[in-house]
Design a protein around this ligand. Structure first.
Ligand code: ZN
Length: 253
């Protein structure tokens, strides 16, 4: 298996000095990426996007996750900097998808789920880079993954590599885009969570992060809150079950 920290276009030093911006949605993947960045960089800021998500819960858990990280991990608290929440309502207005409207979550005729928001990650990265530029951050971290994803073309490694080139050309910059989850599945994401922050971080992810497409915070499962039936819950549950079955063997690798 490729290294769990495989970046889009460069090998990350084990403890790179400098400043990072993490695309942080409040979900499981971006929370693990935030911990990954806090473990490596001197200073880490977060950026999130309000694009008219059908369920607001994702936005609501963001500050709670940041607070929980600060409380549980004093070594990371000093590194955790500002949060930037950008209004991208225009994205919701130009895309009629199951994430931004009452459309049903299903597989579309083009082979992509109806949760696909065209161009979303391209725009997110562009705005994150604009923030990074202004804040003097060289490193940009995103939780996109093409291992057990939903087929979103803007999550692919090639897309991220192309974006890194485009951003650096277009902004006359030397950003490095990191994708720590690109080549690992959801079970390995849980294992990475444990490797970064032990049981405390696993528990924080279970309790505070949100991935469910239905916005369900009423039902608590072993793997966290969610409806238990939507594609995001299904992925999260399956990953948890495989991780739990492998137990500490996996966490220790
Ligand atoms: Zn769900």
């Amino acid at each position: 298996m490729p290294p769990s920290s495989a970046p889009a276009a460069a090998t990350p030093p084990e403890k790179a000095p400098g400043k990072a911006v993490v695309l942080f949605s409040g979900g499981q993947d971006s929370t693990v990426c935030l911990a990954w960045a806090l473990d490596r960089f001197d200073s880490v800021e977060t950026v999130g996007f309000d694009y008219g998500q059908r369920h607001r819960v994702e936005l609501e858990v963001r500050p709670a996750v940041r607070d929980a990280i600060r409380d549980a991990f004093p070594r990371w608290a000093a590194r955790l900097g500002e949060d930037h929440l950008l209004d991208l309502g225009v994205l919701g207005r130009i895309s009629e998808t199951a994430l931004t409207s009452e459309a049903e979550i299903a597989m579309g005729a083009n082979g992509l789920p109806t949760t696909f928001v065209p161009g979303r990650n391209l725009l997110f990265l562009t705005f994150a880079a604009a923030i990074a530029y202004r804040r003097g951050a060289k490193h940009i971290v995103t939780g996109v993954c093409e291992t057990d994803y939903s087929g979103y073309p803007d999550c692919r490694d090639d897309t991220m590599k192309a974006m890194q080139v485009a951003l650096n050309l277009g902004m006359e910059a030397r950003f490095v885009v990191y994708t720590p989850l690109m080549w690992i599945d959801k079970a390995a994401t849980w294992a990475l969570t444990h490797r970064l922050g032990g049981d405390a971080l696993v528990e924080l992810v279970r309790e505070h992060t949100h991935s469910c497409y239905q916005g369900d915070r009423a039902h608590r499962h072993d793997w966290g809150y969610g409806c238990g039936a939507c594609p995001a819950c299904e992925l999260r549950r399956q990953g948890w079950e495989r991780y739990a079955a492998a137990g500490m063997t996996m966490a220790a690798t």
